[in-house]
Every structure is written in structure tokens, then in C-alpha cells.
Ligand binder design. Structure first.
Ligand code: APR
Length: 228
């Protein structure tokens, strides 16, 4: 088996981390143009750092939930056969024990120098005037892929999708590309596609199978059936 698991904000919802487009989600509280675009960062870097400082604090005090742990259990049972591709910037998959994780939208716990490209562990609180540890210039930003920027590791992800025998999407609304197109890519490559989500998504029709419910219930149940 070559299983690719795509996760979105919904897998971390029951860990207390907000999703983006559900009722009361992050994009109903903040203007994404202001806090999740390079233009927004150029206009007001302090506002953007404050947005990610708050999310980093929430992430640090959150814990992986049963869905994250189930995926780690699955990877341990099927060595080398499971790849998690996450849109999430929290670190809950790795903290649950998943080792093969691709963070395509970056990581809250990493800082990036916009001038020299240096990456280092993000301090709890970041500010625009923080000097880069490598080049000393005050050009630090969260290592997050913003709208209009190219997601990380796309070559590796596409290679995984074309070789997948099974593709599972968990907790994503299927509204943001390129991730929203991954099910189609996998299906075209002949993979069996399953959607595990709270509600139907924009891309539900692409999947062969769909199960709806909270991730902490339906993901462990799915892993139990898979492992027998
Ligand atoms: N269990 C399972 N699924 C859930 C749960 C839950 N407890 N709670 C919410 N969901 C589902 C919702 O039904 C929805 O389909 O998770 C999905 C969350 O959708 P979004 O908020 O759009 O999050 P996501 O799909 O990850 O967004 C993709 O958009 O803003 C950008 O970069 C950001 O990575 C993000 C990308």
C-alpha cells in the first residue's frame, strides 16, 4: 500500500485550534488579505506577527487529538507506506508521533528571513525588528506560505500522488488549491480515494468513498478497520 493522507484544519479542530471557514472561523475574525498575504505583511508586519504569535501560543498549549494519534499508529504499523501531507501549520502530527509529514503551508514553529532565506525555530513572540540570526537584518517573518506564494515540497507531493494506491483527505474544505486538486491527481493515478470530514466539502464528488463525522471518532475507526 502507498497511502497519502491530506489533512486540513478540521483534524486539529478538536485540539482547540480554529478552522478557517467554519462558523466563527479565523477568516471571519481576521481579513486574510491583511494577515496571510505578502502584501499584508509589507503593509503592516507587526499586525501579521501578532496574528501568528497568537496562533503559535494556541498551538503550543494544544495537544494532538485521537485523530493525530491514529495516523501515527497507522504509520508505525505500515512503515514507509504512509505519507501525511498537511495544509496545517501546527505541529500536532509530529507531536503525535507521525514521522513522514510534509508541511506544504509552512510551520508556525519556524521563522524565516525574508532577505537571506535563513530558517530557525521561531521564538514564542516575534516582532518586525527582530534581527535574522544569520544576516542580522530585521527581515524576519513567520515561515508560513501565504496566499499567492508557492506551497513547499510540491514536487515531492506530486510524486507521492502519482504513486499512491490510496488517498485519504481529512478535515479540509477543498477550497484552496493546489491541495484541493490532490484527490483528482490521486484518482487519476488509480488511487482509491476516501474523504473523512465533518461536512461534505467542495471536492466530495471526486472521492470514491466518504464518511462524515468528527475526526476524533471517524479517523481512529477508519484506522482500526484498516489494521484489522
Ligand atoms: N472533524 C473533521 N472535520 C472537521 C472538524 C472535525 N472536528 N471540524 C471542521 N471540520 C472540517 C470542516 O467541515 C471543513 O470542511 O474541516 C474543514 C475545515 O475547512 P477550512 O477551515 O477551509 O480549512 P482548510 O481546508 O484546512 O483550509 C485550507 O486555507 O486559509 C488557507 O492556508 C489555509 O491551510 C489552509 C487552507
Amino acid at each position: 500500500m502507498r497511502l497519502v493522507v491530506l489533512t486540513g484544519a478540521g483534524i486539529s479542530a478538536e485540539s482547540g485550534l480554529g478552522t478557517f471557514r467554519d462558523e466563527g472561523g479565523l477568516w471571519s475574525q481576521y481579513d486574510l488579505e491583511e494577515v496571510a498575504t505578502p502584501e499584508g505583511f509589507a503593509r503592516n508586519p507587526r499586525l501579521v506577527h501578532d496574528f501568528y504569535n497568537a496562533r503559535r501560543e494556541n498551538c503550543a498549549s494544544a495537544a494532538p487529538n485521537a485523530a493525530h494519534h491514529a495516523l501515527a499508529r497507522l504509520e508505525a504499523a505500515l512503515p514507509g507506506q504512509v505519507m501525511v501531507v498537511t495544509q496545517n501549520v501546527d505541529d500536532l502530527h509530529t507531536r503525535a508521533g507521525s514521522e513522514r509529514v510534509i508541511q506544504m503551508h509552512g510551520a508556525l514553529m519556524r521563522a524565516l528571513c525574508a532577505e537571506c532565506g535563513h530558517v530557525w525555530p521561531a521564538p514564542a513572540v516575534m516582532a518586525p525588528e527582530d534581527p535574522c540570526p544569520a544576516c542580522a537584518r530585521p527581515a524576519t517573518r513567520p515561515d508560513i506560505v501565504w496566499f499567492g506564494e508557492m506551497p513547499y515540497h510540491m514536487d515531492e507531493i506530486l510524486q507521492e500522488l502519482t504513486r499512491a494506491t490510496h488517498f485519504v483527505a481529512i478535515g479540509t474544505s477543498g477550497q484552496v488549491y493546489p491541495a484541493a486538486g490532490f484527490a483528482q491527481e490521486a484518482r487519476r493515478a488509480g488511487a482509491e480515494c476516501l474523504e473523512l470530514n465533518l461536512d461534505p466539502s467542495d471536492v466530495s464528488p471526486v472521492f470514491h468513498h466518504r464518511q462524515f463525522g468528527p475526526a476524533t471518532r471517524i479517523v481512529p475507526a477508519w484506522v482500526d478497520t484498516l489494521l484489522g
